[in-house]
Design a protein around this ligand. Structure first.
Ligand SMILES: CC(C)(COP(=O)(O)OP(=O)(O)OC[C@H]1O[C@@H](n2cnc3c(N)ncnc32)[C@H](O)[C@@H]1OP(=O)(O)O)[C@@H](O)C(=O)NCCC(=O)NCCS
Length: 135
């Protein structure tokens, strides 16, 4: 598994317990996974289809530095499945694990479309070369 974005836990990301709010963490990992899917499938049109059990294993506190890791575990016909882990950058203690996050590759009509890939790329060779449409 490779770790990508790092986050600094800030006051606005805390829950009433004074620790990292799970909703903030889920937003960050969903965005990270979407970017991972875009890089792997070479298409901006990817959507979150399914997220399996989310295990918040340990909390994080204000000022902690955390990092988000992803690895593709299955290339389907139109889908990509990943495993996710978030950990403390300093202590390496696991904060969150998600066994399966499934993204679906869409065509221009918004319907699932075959992506044609079966292996992980560690390069940017599949990156879309045009900007996503804004309309
Ligand atoms: C993504 C969407 C277009 C898929 O439609 P669908 O009718 O389920 O499409 P399909 O049945 O053809 O399935 C597409 C792929 O998703 C997989 N899939 C479908 N349901 C799944 C589930 N519950 N769990 C895991 N994978 C699933 C299928 O196995 C298929 O993968 P494959 O082609 O690699 O075998 C549709 O469900 C959708 O628009 N969902 C909303 C997505 C979204 O907006 N996400 C953002 C958060 S709201």
């Amino acid at each position: 598994m490779n770790f990508y974005s790092r986050k600094w836990v800030r006051p606005e990301d805390l829950n009433a317990n004074g620790t990292l709010f799970g909703g903030s963490l889920l937003r960050w990992i969903d965005e990270e996974a979407a970017i991972y899917a875009i890089v792997q499938l070479g298409n901006h049109r990817v959507v979150t289809k399914f997220i399996s059990e989310v295990n918040f294993e340990a909390s994080a506190r204000q000022g902690d530095l955390i990092e988000m890791g992803l690895v593709a575990t299955r290339f389907g016909r139109t889908s990509l499945t990943m495993r996710a882990e978030v950990r403390n950058m300093i202590t390496r203690k696991t904060i969150l694990t998600i066994e399966r996050m499934v993204f679906v590759n869409l065509g221009e009509d918004g319907a699932p479309a075959p992506h044609g890939y079966s292996t992980i790329t560690y390069e940017r060779d599949r990156m879309p070369t045009i900007q996503p449409a804004t309309e």
